[in-house]
Each structure stands twice: as structure tokens, then as C-alpha cells.
Design a protein around this ligand. Structure first.
Ligand SMILES: Cc1ncc(COP(=O)(O)O)c(C=O)c1O
Length: 367
């Protein structure tokens, strides 16, 4: 039976395609890869992911706990700012705790010294196209910026986390950044056991130079005598899901405006934040210009201006592409509009509705 719209449809065979690339990178570079749960935390497919990743990394106590309970493997726990209570809780199950600042590292080190401890470094490098997502933006709070301060606290850690890429598909660029990091922090890096390069490297994209990437990782690991970690989110789930919706109404205001039973603000929030437009996976492109809009009251709740092969009518299906990363983890209850179910197309082609949301779920978010 076809699930009722709206729903996120995750395709396990597409996931497996990306995971095969993750495997290749781990095998030929020696790097380990931990899934960034901030991007994707749909645990209904963790059994598939688990064999191809070394564990998870997180941005909070809750994510770290989910990684521990549902994924297994290594649990890396990072937060931009921990409370004492959270550090005490996370220390009970995390393998590695990463602090964001020298002050938090100094304060909480005694609580976690039996674990692997790291600190985030902000090398002042950036590949982000958006100021909003640029860890090197002015006044950034993300990681230690002062190399002398890093040297002072370095004896408290066995590794460093750098996250400075954002959809970076250019290995030359990455090589230049690693060279600069290598020069600036060489003395500290030689004393470390591991370094994490964070996420944002789009190594599962079609035109990515995987062999060079693997060589670069292996060379960097050998040069400093460290285990390299990658923290992929988007690279694991890119092009593996669609948001499947139905047209509820078509109004006319200069152009036809098809209103679907989902919302950009509630269900694909990053497009609103970054001012981008989702691609439509279905219907196919054509000559019929149509605005596709969401159903919340926000005037700009728009899925964009598209040219489709036929005019949209009430009841038609519209599928938005690339709906796995930063969608389900950010979905919200604005306007009380129904949350899309989570549906998985398994490797054998069967369809599993792994989560449906109800009025009670909406209500339980408030009190
Ligand atoms: C520290 C850290 N690691 C990993 C990631 C995952 O990045 P992506 O989903 O772009 O691979 C992020 C994303 O913001 C991050 O901040």
C-alpha cells in the first residue's frame, strides 16, 4: 500500500551506494568515519549504516545518547558548550569527549580524564558559501583560535578536531588547507594520537577525486603519526531520500501556485535558511511554469519556481529531491501542520513506514 503523503522516503539501495564509497575511503586511506548525527539521525536505517561507519559523532548529550543506544561503535561527544551535569552524564557512555574551548577543557577535564579527550581548533580557514555556516566568520566561537592557548592546553588532550569544510568537493583546496594546518600546528600535531577533519567534504559526489583524497588522508596520518577521523553527515545521505507530497490546492496570482501538504519551513528548513531551492524529482521538467508552495501561513513558505512537464492539479504527487540531510533532524511543528512520516524503501524493494506522527506528538511538544 502506498503511504499517505507527506512522507520522507529513504532509499536503502541509494544509501548503500554512498556507503560503498565510505568503505573505500576507510579501506584505502586508513581514516575512520563517524556519522554526524546533527545531519541525519533516522535510526530506522542504522542497521544498514552500522557496518560501514566506525560510530557516531554528536553535538549534544541527546545525540550522543542516541548514537550509543541505537548505533553502537565509537561514540564521539562534542558540544559547543557543555553544562557540568551533561559532561557527567555523557562520560558514562561516550568513548571520546571533545570540548569547544580551552576554558571548558580545563574546567571539565577531571570528569573525563579516563576517556579519550579532544578539543576543537579553529584554524581560521573556511570553504563555506554562507556566512551563517562559516566557522571562521568574525567573532566565531567555534574552537580555539589562539595557537598559544592551544599549546597551553594540548597536554590535556590526545587529539584535535577541525571542522572547516562545507560542501567542499575540491581536493586541491583541502590539500592547501591541510598544508596550512600542518605548518601552523605542526608541534602540537606531532604530539597527538588522532585528528578529526570534521564534516563537509563531499567525497561521495560523482566528480570527486577519491584516489587523491585517500592519498592525502594517508599522507597526513603518516606525517603526524595520527589516526585521522572524518565526520561525514551529508556525504553519507546525499541523494538518498525524497520528500513526497500531494497538491492540496492550486491558486492563481500571475502564475499558478500549487500548494502541497508540506512546508519548506517545517520540513526542509535549510532551504529557507540558506535561500536555496529544492530540486523536484517528480514530476519531470517541462514547459509549465509553476510556483510550488508550502501550506504554512508564512508568506515565503515556497518550494520554488519550477518548470514542469504538465500543470499541477489537486491530488498530484510532487517529490522533492535530496531530502535526507538536515531535514528530519530539523523538522518542526510550526502551524501544527502534520509532520511527514518516515518511510524506508528496503534493499529488497519493500516499503516500511517506520514512523508516523500524530496530534499527540504535536501536543506533547508543548504544555
Ligand atoms: C563538527 C561537525 N562535524 C561534522 C559535521 C557534518 O557536516 P556535513 O553534514 O556537511 O558532512 C558538522 C556540520 O556542521 C560539524 O559542525
Amino acid at each position: 500500500m502506498t503511504p499517505a503523503t507527506p512522507y520522507y522516503l529513504l532509499d536503502e539501495s541509494r544509501l548503500l551506494r554512498n556507503l560503498a564509497i565510505v568503505d573505500r575511503v576507510r579501506r584505502s586511506s586508513g581514516a575512520k568515519a563517524v556519522l554526524a548525527l546533527k545531519c541525519f539521525a533516522t535510526f530506522g536505517v542504522f542497521p544498514l549504516l552500522r557496518d560501514h561507519l566506525d560510530g557516531t559523532t554528536s553535538s549534544s548529550l541527546h545525540e550522543a545518547r542516541l548514537g550509543h543506544e541505537e548505533f553502537g561503535g565509537e561514540v564521539h561527544a562534542y558540544s559547543v558548550a557543555w553544562s557540568r551535569d551533561e559532561v557527567e552524564q555523557v562520560a558514562a557512555f561516550a568513548d571520546k569527549v571533545i570540548f569547544n574551548s580551552a576554558s571548558q577543557l580545563r574546567t571539565f577535564h577531571p570528569l573525563v580524564e579516563h576517556l579519550v579527550v579532544g578539543v576543537r581548533v579553529n584554524p581560521g580557514l573556511s570553504h563555506s558559501h554562507y556566512d551563517l555556516a562559516d566557522p571562521a566568520r568574525r567573532f566565531s566561537r567555534l574552537g580555539i583560535t589562539d595557537a598559544d592557548e592551544l599549546r597551553e592546553v594540548a597536554p590535556l588532550v590526545s587529539g584535535l578536531m577541525f571542522h572547516f569544510n562545507c560542501e567542499n568537493g575540491d581536493v586541491d583546496d583541502l590539500a592547501r588547507s591541510l598544508a596550512r594546518i600542518g605548518e601552523r600546528y605542526a608541534d602540537v600535531l606531532h604530539r597527538m594520537d588522532w585528528i578529526s577533519l570534521g564534516g563537509g567534504i563531499s567525497f561521495t559526489s560523482d566528480d570527486f577525486d577519491l584516489d587523491r583524497f585517500c592519498d592525502l588522508l594517508a599522507d597526513t596520518a603518516a606525517r603526524f603519526g595520527v589516526q585521522i577521523y572524518l565526520e561525514p553527515g551529508e556525504a553519507v545521505v546525499t541523494r538518498t531520500a525524497e520528500l513526497v507530497t500531494s497538491v492540496l490546492d492550486v491558486v492563481h496570482n500571475e502564475l499558478p501556485v500549487a500548494i502541497v501538504d508540506a512546508s519548506i519551513e517545517a520540513h526542509m528548513l535549510d532551504h529557507l535558511i540558506y535561500g536555496t531551492t529544492p530540486a523536484i524529482a517528480f514530476p519531470p521538467p517541462g514547459a509549465h511554469r509553476t510556483l510550488v508552495a508550502g501550506r504554512t501561513c508564512l508568506a515565503g513558505d515556497s518550494f520554488g519556481d519550477h518548470s514542469l512537464d504538465a500543470p499541477l492539479a489537486v491530488g498530484d504527487e510532487v517529490r522533492f529531491a535530496d531530502a535526507a540531510g538536515y531535514t528530519m533532524v530539523k523538522a518542526n511543528w510550526f502551524n501544527g501542520v502534520p509532520r511527514p512520516s518516515i518511510v524506508v524503501r528496503r534493499l529488497d524493494g519493500s516499503i516500511d513506514v517506520v514512523r508516523e506522527f500524530s496530534y499527540e506528538d504535536f501536543r506533547s511538544n508543548l504544555s
